[in-house]
Design a protein. Structure first.
Length: 270
C-alpha cells in the first residue's frame, strides 16, 4: 500500500462514518451520561493536571471532536483536527467545538509554536510515518505534546518474549510469530498498527535536545481481571500515554505529575 492510498483510505473511512453514523458518532459527545461517552473520555483524565489554567490546545486525530469538546468544557481554547473534517464540520454546526482544521499530522499547516499543548489520543498508531507526526506536533507546540492510549510494543515489556525471540531467531527469524501473534497487525482501513515503547520516545526526545519526558501506563477497554493483573505487574498494561516537554515546567508542576503517578525522566542536555 502506498502512503497516498493510506491517507486516502483513512480520510474516506471517516467520510463514510460521517454519512452512515453521523448521529451515533456525535451522540458520544452530546450524551455525557452514556457509557460510551464515559469510556471514551476516561483516558482523558490524565490531562486534568494540565487544565488548571487556560491554554491554547490542538487535538490531533480528533475525528468527531470529542477530545476538543472535553477540553472546551474545562475552559481551554481548542482547535480540533483530523485528516478529514467531515465529522468535525458536523460537531462545529452543533456547537460542540469552536474551531477545527483539516490536517495531515505529518504535514501540518500551522506555524511553529502556535499552540501551548498538542494532544493526540488513540491516533498515533494510525499514522503511516508516526515519527514525522511526532516532530510536527513538537514543532507546532510551545510547552509539550501529550499522546494518550497508544498500544504498547509488548516486546519492550516482556523479557521472556525477548529471550524466546533471541533463541528462535537463530533458527528462523519468523518463528517468533507463533508466540507473538500481533507482531504485525493491521486495522480495517489497512494501516499498520504502530506500537510504542518508552525507549523509543526517550531516544527521540534526547536526540533533539528536549529536557523532560513522562510516562503513564493505562488499560484501554479491558476487563476488570486484566486491570487487576496489570496493576499487580503480572501482565503488562495494554497502553502507554506519554508527555514530551519542549521546555522544563516549573518544579511544582513536576511534583504534581509525580503525585499523579507519572514516571518522569530528565534528559541530559548538551
Amino acid at each position: 500500500m502506498s502512503l497516498n492510498s493510506n491517507y486516502t483510505n483513512q480520510e474516506n473511512h471517516i467520510i463514510d462514518l460521517s454519512v452512515k453514523e453521523r448521529d451515533h458518532r456525535l451522540a458520544h459527545i452530546k450524551d455525557k451520561s452514556s457509557d460510551a461517552y464515559k469510556d471514551t473520555v476516561e483516558p482523558l483524565k490524565i490531562l486534568n493536571i494540565f487544565l488548571k489554567e487556560e491554554n491554547n490546545w490542538l487535538t490531533v486525530g480528533d475525528y468527531n471532536g470529542i477530545e476538543a469538546n472535553y477540553l472546551l468544557q474545562r475552559n481551554q481554547r481548542v482547535t480540533a483536527s483530523d485528516i478529514s473534517d467531515a465529522l468535525l464540520k458536523e460537531a462545529y454546526k452543533d456547537n460542540l467545538i469552536t474551531s477545527y482544521s483539516k490536517q495531515n499530522a505529518e504535514y501540518m499547516s500551522f506555524d511553529d509554536d502556535t499552540f501551548d499543548y498538542v494532544m493526540c489520543k488513540e491516533a498515533y498508531h494510525h499514522f503511516p510515518r508516526p515519527y514525522m507526526a511526532m516532530y510536527e506536533m513538537l514543532r507546532v507546540c510551545k510547552k509539550a505534546i501529550i499522546v494518550i492510549g497508544e498500544p504498547i510494543d509488548i516486546l519492550s515489556k516482556m523479557s521472556s518474549l525477548v529471550l524466546a525471540k533471541n533463541i528462535l531467531d537463530k533458527i528462523n527469524p519468523m518463528l517468533i510469530n507463533t508466540l507473538w501473534k500481533n507482531r504485525f497487525s493491521f486495522e480495517e482501513v489497512g494501516n499498520y498498527v504502530y506500537k510504542v515503547s518508552e525507549r523509543e520516545v526517550e531516544k527521540l526526545a534526547v536526540g533533539i535536545g528536549l529536557p523532560l519526558i513522562g510516562f503513564k501506563c493505562i488499560n484501554m477497554n479491558t476487563s476488570k481481571i486484566y486491570n487487576i493483573l496489570s496493576n499487580f505487574r503480572i501482565i503488562p498494561f495494554s497502553s502507554l500515554s506519554f508527555v514530551i516537554f519542549k521546555k522544563l515546567p516549573p518544579p511544582e508542576f513536576i511534583n504534581e505529575m509525580k503525585r499523579n503517578n507519572f514516571k518522569l525522566i530528565e534528559l541530559p542536555q548538551k
